[in-house]
Design a protein. Structure first.
Length: 108
């Protein structure tokens, strides 16, 4: 593991998430700097003067050419201005539980 990746992991809290940009879907670990409890919230990090988000163990799918063969990278930084939306990652079990707990009458 490179020193850059090791230093990010050693000083940050992590959220597995999916980031969608105009051209790519990225699934990986977003790393939050330790800035106190409030500093570790995603909204706080996005509303600072930071220009990039650090991610590790990232799979990238190209949305433009529709390739379904993701490329994997151990570490990237993504420009915050390129992000269209961020969604916390949920596996199938977590997603089913969220749907069930939503209480929506049209979802069983």
């Amino acid at each position: 593991m490179s020193d850059a990746i090791h230093s990010v992991k050693a000083t940050a809290d992590v959220l597995r998430a999916i980031i969608v940009t105009r051209f790519f879907n990225l699934e990986g670990n977003i790393h939050f700097p330790r800035l106190g409890k409030e500093g570790r919230r995603l909204s706080n990090m996005l509303n600072t003067d930071r220009k990039f988000i650090a991610m590790t163990d990232v799979q990238i799918i190209n949305r433009v050419n529709g390739t379904r063969d993701p490329k994997t990278y151990p570490f990237i930084q993504i420009n915050i201005e390129a992000i269209e939306f961020i969604q916390p990652y949920m596996d199938a079990t977590e997603a089913a539980r969220e749907v069930k707990e939503s209480g929506h009458p049209n979802i069983s």
